[in-house]
Write a protein that binds this ligand. Structure first.
Ligand code: ATP
Ligand code: MG
Length: 199
C-alpha cells in the first residue's frame, strides 16, 4: 500500500472509533419535540416526510394543519386515507385571505382541541402541528398553554412543529430545532407552484 493510502486508512480507522464511541454514548430514548423553522422552502415537506418514516415502522401518526394554503397538498391526498394517519385540517386559509380575526381564532381553537385529543392519546407515536408558529405569533392561541399541553404528552410521543419565526420560548422547549434558510426560490423568478414540489 502506498504511504498516502496507508495514511488514509489510519485516519478513517480513528474516525470510525470516534463515531462508534459517540453512537454508543447516545443511549437515551424519548419522545422528541422538533421545530422546523426559517424562511426557506422545506419545512412542511420535511415534517410530512417523517410520516413516511413512521408508517414504515408501523407507527400511528396525527397531523393538524393550522393554516391551509392554496389547494390540497399531495401529502394530504396520499396520507390522509391511510388507516394509521389521522389528518385534520383546521385552517380557514391564510389570514390575509380570511381577513377575519375572530374566525381565525375560532379555527385555531378548534385545531388545538384536536391537538389536545392526540396529545392525550399514547397510541399516537408522531404528531405534526403544521404552521403552528403563525397561530402562536398572532396570539390566536396562548403560547404558554400550548407549551404546557405539549410537555404533558406521553413519554414516547414525538411532536413536530413547522412554520416561520418560531419563538425563543418554543425553541427552548424543543430537543431539535432546524432553521431552513431562503437562499433562492423559483417563485421569485416568476415560476408558479409546481405539483409534487410545492404542493
Ligand atoms: P414546503 O411545504 O414546500 O416544505 P415550507 O413549509 O417550508 O414549504 P411554507 O412557508 O409553509 O414553506 O410555504 C409553503 C409554500 O410556499 C410552498 O409552495 C413553498 O414552495 C412556498 N415557499 C416556501 N418558502 C418560500 C420562499 N422563501 N419563497 C417563495 N415561496 C416559498
Ligand atoms: Mg409549510
Amino acid at each position: 500500500m502506498t504511504d498516502k493510502n496507508q495514511r488514509h486508512q489510519k485516519r478513517m480507522k480513528r474516525k470510525k472509533e470516534l463515531i462508534d464511541k459517540n453512537i454508543s454514548a447516545a443511549k437515551e430514548e424519548k419522545g422528541l419535540l422538533l421545530i422546523l423553522t426559517g424562511n426557506g422552502k422545506g419545512k412542511s415537506s420535511s415534517a410530512f416526510g417523517m410520516i413516511a418514516r413512521s408508517l414504515g415502522h408501523n407507527m400511528k401518526v396525527g397531523v393538524v394543519q393550522f393554516i391551509k394554503g392554496r389547494t390540497d397538498t399531495g401529502e394530504e391526498a396520499f396520507f390522509s386515507s391511510h388507516a394509521d394517519v389521522d389528518w385534520q385540517v383546521m385552517g380557514e386559509g391564510f389570514t390575509w385571505d380570511t381577513q377575519n380575526r375572530e374566525k381565525d381564532i375560532a379555527a385555531a381553537q378548534k385545531g388545538w382541541a384536536e391537538a389536545q385529543r392526540m396529545l392525550a392519546d399514547p397510541s399516537y407515536n408522531l404528531i405534526i402541528f403544521d404552521e403552528l408558529t403563525y397561530i402562536l405569533n398572532y396570539k390566536y392561541l396562548d403560547s404558554d398553554a400550548v407549551i404546557s399541553d405539549i410537555n404533558k404528552r406521553p413519554n414516547m410521543q414525538h411532536v413536530v412543529i413547522t412554520g416561520r419565526a418560531a419563538s425563543d420560548a418554543l425553541c427552548n422547549e424543543a430537543d431539535t430545532v432546524s432553521e431552513i434558510a431562503d437562499i433562492k426560490h423559483a417563485y421569485h423568478a416568476g415560476i408558479k407552484a409546481q405539483s409534487g414540489i410545492d404542493l
